[in-house]
Design a protein around this ligand. Structure first.
Ligand code: PEP
Length: 250
């Protein structure tokens, strides 16, 4: 039985005061018997504040990105061991905004995945196709290629301590959500790709859906057999909305 996970990706949003208010709202609204695992991924500069504020809560903290390097002369980068040292549990790798805007290719993403795990972080590996790729019917080829880059470098065993997020790029921040059937089809494909290496690991692997998830559409998406929760952007910036999404992920 896979435990649902809902992770909020705050992207480059927030101020100290705004984040304190958001965390207050999350902590106040969090139900003690919630079965879903919850994580928030704030901008790097607020990680310490967020970790301190959530110290006695069950909400985990993740980073939105991580360096592929262990440390040294890499001005402006954040080493995975630094994030682990702070108390982060997760690190998002390969978000489509990093792939598109910061030229992160499959090989870079795979190295970040390996570096994050080596430091004890749980990578949340994002995969997903562009709109034109979906229209050309190459969604599985694209997602398969993104997965294979990690499988080849890290090995299939590495997927046992990782999370995958399927995020169709055309659904991120656009208000256009994949239908439950479209999402389930790709999630089943991802699980099958991992199962070809190791069926038990594939069965345990949590595969999140991301792309304009809101409280209003989360229930139907999360009802699909291979969708184990969500990676939530915009809707994670509002405590009530985020908690409603967490409540329907079981
Ligand atoms: C994301 O940034 O990972 C995301 C899914 O964003 P949104 O929910 O805003 O589409």
């Amino acid at each position: 039985m896979r435990r649902a996970l809902v992770a909020g990706n705050w992207k480059m949003n927030g101020t100290r005061a705004g984040i304190a208010a958001l965390l207050d709202g999350i902590k106040r609204g969090l139900s003690a018997d919630l079965e879903t695992e919850i994580a928030v991924c704030p901008p790097f500069v607020y990680l310490s504040d967020v970790l301190a504020a959530l110290e006695s809560s069950t909400v985990a903290v993740g980073a939105q990105n991580v360096s592929e390097h262990e440390g040294g002369a890499f001005t402006g980068e954040i080493a995975p061991a630094m994030l682990a040292d702070l108390g982060c549990r997760f690190a998002i790798v390969g978000h489509s905004e990093r792939r598109a805007l910061f030229a992160e290719d499959d090989a870079t993403v795979a190295r970040k995945f390996v570096a994050a795990q080596a430091a004890g972080l749980v990578p949340i590996l994002c995969v997903g196709e562009l709109l034109e790729e979906r229209e050309q019917g190459v969604t599985e080829a694209v997602v398969g290629r993104q997965l294979d880059a990690v499988l080849e470098l890290a090995g299939p065993q590495a997927l046992d301590s990782a999370v995958i997020a399927y995020e169709p790029v055309w659904a991120i921040g656009t208000g256009k959500t994949a239908t439950p059937a479209q999402a389930q089809e790709v999630h089943a494909f991802i699980r099958g790709r991992i199962a070809a290496h190791d069926a038990k690991i594939a069965d345990r692997l949590r595969i999140l859906y991301g792309g304009s998830v809101k409280a209003a559409n989360a229930g139907e998406l999360f009802a699909s057999a291979d969708i184990d929760g969500g990676l939530i952007g915009g809707a994670s910036l509002e405590a009530g909305e985020f908690l409603s999404i967490c409540a329907v992920a079981r």
